[in-house]
Design a protein around this ligand. Structure first.
Ligand code: PLP
Length: 398
């Protein structure tokens, strides 16, 4: 008999992390690895944000704060949600947490009863279903069509809803595909959610990273009825290159915000005090660094896709958002390379690491086989070197 709780026995560690550890090990042995695994901006946090944190520490902002965040920050987030997303939330409807991941877990603990179903469109970020399970929920997966960039249709959503469905877990722009839901697509999904009276948890953490004139739309902005059913999640990690600072937030109907506040007050208390001050600076200060980073991601996105499209048997479309590409590698499966059959996306990812020295993440980590995910949150030189290695591997060894 295990000493571990059933909950702990169920939870799966991150496969992405496993590969990253292997890549780091290879690096230590002096092997030059091009890493495309990370979901983390390679940029430093903008200086004015860092300075604001130093100053706050000097001024003694190093004590407990209200669990859900200081009121100045909640006001700043309230202003942001109105200006950027057209959403009217009062500061007491906003709960600030130690990363969007933390916001999500608060939400799940606030909403999910044992056996409640949560609809998760796949491919999806791998923490969603693990967190839902930890909270006692049952993930129900739906897969959009590849031709629709894996975005789910209202019919697919409708047919996944049961009497036990609690909410739809929506993410746009999407990790790992880079897809962005359009206003019209969201309107149709919202209609289904309102008609069937299910809630939506909308993870908008990549909202600032959209390209080709695409617009990010928050599903919560599409009418009062869907607003009342939606919890918006966002954070500072991706837009402001602040992954290590751990800062995210959720905006919710008051009753849910209160429950999240209570949960957080018992589990972790406030997110780091001086990081809250720096986060106000991030929101209220110049947004120029955000635009500059997006421009650079955009250049990398185009270059990476261009180079992937040169690789035989790899099919890659141009994603509209986030900082990932998600090529179809089915054409390589069943082929032999270096005396081994490339039997699936995981084998391919391992072989690319071992024989081409590039780290990619298998699509099956996101519950979608026959694809791989590459992050372009890395410098252009690494992108060009890595894509050349990928091309060499396929042309010379497969
Ligand atoms: N949501 C998505 C879709 C993500 O990809 C990530 C990070 O990779 C997060 C949420 C969590 O971000 P953080 O906890 O750093 O705010």
């Amino acid at each position: 008999v295990s000493r571990l709780s059933l909950r702990a026995q169920q939870v799966e560690g991150s496969k992405t992390l496993e590969l990253t550890m292997k890549a780091r090990e290879m690096r230590k042995q002096g092997i030059d690895i091009c890493i495309f695994g990370s979901g983390e901006p390679d940029f430093n946090t903008p200086q004015h944000i860092c300075k604001s944190a130093y100053k706050a520490i000097e001024q003694g902002v190093t004590k407990y704060t209200p669990a859900g965040g200081i009121s100045e920050l909640r006001h700043a987030i309230s202003d942001k949600l109105l200006e950027d997303n057209g959403l009217q939330y009062k500061p007491n409807q906003i709960i600030v947490s130690s990363g969007a991941k933390h916001s999500l877990s608060n939400i799940f603990f606030a909403l999910i009863n044992p056996g409640d179903e949560v609809i998760i469109p796949i491919p999806a970020w791998l923490s969603y279903w693990e967190q839902v399970k930890l909270a006692g929920g049952v993930p129900v997966f739906i897969k959009g069509k590849e031709d629709d960039d894996f975005k789910i249709s209202p019919y697919e959503l409708e047919s996944a809803i049961t009497a036990k469905t609690k909410f739809l877990l929506l993410n746009s722009p999407v990790n790992p595909t880079g897809s962005v839901y359009t206003r019209e697509e969201l309107e149709k999904l919202a209609e289904v959610c309102v008609n069937r009276d299910i809630m939506v948890v909308s993870d908008e953490i990549y909202e600032k990273l959209v390209y080709d004139g695409e617009e990010h739309v928050s599903i919560a902005s599409l009418g009062q009825e869907i607003f009342d059913r939606t919890i918006v999640v966002n954070g500072f990690s991706k837009a402001y290159a602040m992954t290590g600072w751990r800062m995210g937030y959720a905006a919710a109907p008051l009753e849910i915000a209160k429950a999240m506040d209570d949960i957080q007050s018992q589990m972790t208390s406030n997110p780091t005090s001086f990081v809250q001050i720096a986060s106000i600076t991030a929101l209220k200060g110049s947004q120029e660094p955000v635009r500059e980073m997006r421009e650079e991601y955009n250049r990398r996105r185009i270059r990476m896709v261009e180079m992937l499209q040169e690789i035989p048997r790899v099919v890659c479309s141009m994603p509209k958002g986030a900082f990932y590409v998600f090529p179809n590698i089915q054409g390589l499966l069943g082929k032999k390379a270096m005396g081994e059959t490339i039997s699936n996306d995981e084998v391919l990812s391992r072989m690319l690491l071992e024989h081409a020295n590039i780290l990619v993440v298998p699509g099956s980590s996101f519950k979608t086989e026959n694809f791989i995910r590459l992050s372009y949150a890395t410098d252009m030189e690494t992108i060009e070197k890595g894509m050349t290695r990928f091309l060499d591997f396929v042309t010379n060894h497969v």
